[in-house]
Design a protein around this ligand. Structure first.
Ligand SMILES: [Cu+2]
Length: 522
């Protein structure tokens, strides 16, 4: 495999994270091809690419007053030049560093020809500062400046993103770190933000339109004829046909782990493609805090750093009882803070593979620049089993040839078999809903498809405990049950079968202790 690094250009304003520009181009193309990442339609990704610049890590801005300009900037993550949405010329945007107890002012100026917005994800603030167009403010018109001002009432790792159209997908997002007023609970010798994301050279508007037309447009891993024949050999004709019919009846595909895969997406770490090898430095023996943010639009990542144990100390900005793991699955918009303590004078690879194993983001932790550790192979692709799709129902009835039953029985035995009574709203019985789950399970201790019994300690939600018990000890006075619903073929999503545009508000009472139960019927 060949890899060429271009000379690093001079840093832009006040960058304290080292910036790197790299060649991706042919290097990544051949890497992807040799790793078999391209699925059954390799043509578009394997096409010859001109080696060019491949991504730049964003700078840090800290203080209480910020001037952020939203515009467009040429980027090149794949060998093809595209325009990204950017903040102060960076896509992703700068890391914003605040102090708990301060008041921050952020003047956001729109230099685009279209409206824009910034939403501060996970930040507690007055509603008018929340940055959701049509809900908390009208958005920021072209040429206009909107000044966000709010007190910072929390600490931890968060992020921000545009809440307008698909601007987030095309670069308008960044990290937020809030330093606690009283000092860190787990002081570290140094820290790095690991901001994961997915980039497409296609116009995200076009990606969405294609998914609307054919929801499996980007699913290049559909079961193949050989796979069917394999099922026939293993299960016999009748069961193999029954299995195929079952998936067809659900109008779903067992390979439907991600709507858009690595054939379309280039996965980025801190705005840098894999061949660019973003590098975070450490001195052997140091305690290093990694602030891991999934700022992608559509991608779940499974992240590990071979050779290092990660001690999870915070989830979504909230400190948790420390738990040591080898790997964690991070959903879209989730955040985890972990501590690592590399003792050897060598490089470690930060490896974040997409849930469908179609690609990965990666970078390096190293004592010095220019080092690299082996990049592990992608885990094998897996198929969803009935247990992943149908919840408890699959356990009662079983399913012919169900992979989960054969290969992942260990995890199934440990699953929480809670089957609370489920209520489907009348609005769920309409053309906008193609599936309802009658016996949902709350499998918080299930690592999830592809991570069960993989020989690594994998974080589950059941491992996460608030420090010092619940923040509010009162029992809930009422429960609202909401169903996440959708119609895959229409690529249309809703609560209780009601699209946002048709929905009326759900009323919460100020100060009440409320339980909201979300049931995923999709
Ligand atoms: Cu958000």
């Amino acid at each position: 495999m060949t890899r060429t690094n271009l000379p690093v250009p001079s840093p832009r304003d006040g960058m304290d994270v080292s910036r790197r520009r790299f060649v991706q181009g042919l290097a990544l193309g051949s890497m992807a091809a040799s790793a078999g990442l391209l699925g059954s339609r390799p043509a578009r990704a394997a096409a010859a690419r001109i080696p060019v610049v491949g991504g730049i890590a964003p700078p840090t801005l800290s203080g209480t007053e910020f001037a952020l300009e939203i515009g467009q900037v040429p980027v090149n993550f794949t060998g093809t030049q595209r325009l990204a949405h950017a903040i102060n010329g960076f896509a992703p945007g700068p890391l914003l560093r605040w102090k708990e107890g301060s008041e921050v002012t952020l003047h956001v100026t729109n230099r685009l020809a279209t409206p824009t917005s910034i939403h501060w994800h996970g930040i507690l603030l007055p509603f008018a500062m929340d940055g959701v167009p049509g809900l908390s403010f009208p958005g920021i018109a072209p040429g206009e400046t909107f000044s966000y001002r709010f007190p910072v009432r929390q600490s931890g790792t968060y992020w921000y993103h545009s809440h307008t159209r698909f601007q987030e997908q095309s670069g308008l997002y960044g990290a937020i770190v809030v330093d606690p007023a009283e000092g860190e609970r787990h002081p570290a010798d140094r820290e790095h933000v690991l901001l994961l994301s997915d980039w497409t050279d296609d116009d995200p508007e076009h990606v969405y339109a294609a998914l609307k037309r054919h929801s499996d447009y980007y699913n290049y891993a559909q079961p193949t004829a050989p796979e069917f024949l394999h099922d026939v050999r293993a299960l016999g004709w009748q069961q193999a046909l029954a299995k195929r019919r079952m998936w067809n009846r659900m109008r779903m595909s067992p390979s439907d782990l991600s709507d858009v895969s690595g054939a379309t997406y280039t996965y980025l770490l801190n705005g840098v493609a894999p061949a660019g090898n973003w590098t975070g430095l450490f001195r052997p023996g140091e305690r290093v805090r990694l602030r891991i943010i999934n700022g992608s639009s559509m991608t779940f990542f499974d992240l590990a750093i071979p050779g290092l144990t990660m001690t999870v100390i915070a989830a979504d900005g909230q400190d948790v009882q420390p738990v040591a793991v080898d790997e964690l699955r991070i959903g879209v918009a989730e955040v985890y803070d972990v501590l690592v303590q590399p003792t050897d004078d060598r490089a470690y690879t930060v490896f974040a593979q997409s849930i469908d194993r179609s690609g990965f983001a990666c970078g390096t932790l190293a004592p010095r620049e220019g080092m690299r550790a082996p990049v592990p192979p992608l885990d094998p692709r897996m198929r969803l089993g009935m247990v992943d799709m149908m919840g408890a129902m699959a356990m009662d009835h079983g399913a012919p040839g169900d992979h989960a039953k054969h290969q992942e029985s260990g995890a199934m035995a440990g699953m929480t078999m809670s089957t609370p009574p489920v209520h489907h709203a009348r609005t769920e019985y309409g053309p906008g809903v193609d599936m309802r789950v009658d016996m949902p399970r709350s499998n918080l201790d299930d690592p999830g498809v592809g991570l069960r019994d993989n020989g690594r300690r994998v974080l589950t939600y059941a491992d996460l405990h608030t420090l010092g018990g619940p923040i509010d000890p009162r029992p809930p006075s009422r429960t609202i049950e909401l169903h996440l619903t959708g119609n895959m073929e229409r690529y249309e999503w809703s609560f209780d079968g009601v699209k946002y545009s048709d929905a009326t508000p759900i009323h919460f009472r100020a100060g009440e202790r409320l339980r909201v139960v979300l049931v995923n019927d999709t």
